[in-house]
Design a binder for this molecule. Structure first.
Ligand SMILES: [Zn+2]
Length: 147
């Protein structure tokens, strides 16, 4: 499975406005269908199945990318909690959904209930509006790594 049948693979062709960063191994974008403001998807850039399909180099860099993104999303949204969700079922191409959980999210939609935000809180325009600030925060952190 690849290309048009795989949503994470399709994100290689995402509009520039949706892209937080791309490096040789990892990318992060606002993904159609998951475009709740404060939600971002970190994905490996090749079609690798589940975490077990990652190479040693992908595994070694995943933690750093994830930390920098979670910290950046938290900084920009000021959310009291930022979740990382990995299911690997509907889209087994390895990826993680990073979801800022704001104060405005009701109790029954916190933790495992967070995905219910997809039902009525999707707002692509507001989701994309956060991309430049998250990208700046991310690149500032990524620079520290390269020193
Ligand atoms: Zn794929």
């Amino acid at each position: 499975m690849s290309g048009s049948s795989c949503l994470p693979c399709e994100m290689e062709h995402a509009e520039e406005a949706a892209v937080v960063f791309r490096d040789d191994l990892w990318a992060c974008e606002v993904v159609p269908g998951f475009d709740v403001p404060g939600w971002f998807v970190l994905r490996v850039r090749r079609h690798a199945l589940r975490i077990g399909g990652l190479t040693e180099r992908e595994l070694a860099t995943y933690g750093r990318r994830l930390r920098d993104l979670v910290d950046s999303v938290t900084e920009v949204t000021c959310a009291p909690a930022t979740y990382t969700l990995v299911f690997g079922e509907a889209n087994p191409h390895f990826h993680a959904l990073i979801a800022a959980r704001g104060d405005d999210v009701p109790e029954d939609r916190r933790m495992a209930g967070i995905l219910r935000q997809r039902e009525d809180r999707r707002d692509r325009e507001r989701a994309l509006a956060l991309v430049p600030a998250v990208a700046r925060a991310y690149h500032r952190r990524a620079l520290v790594e390269s020193k």
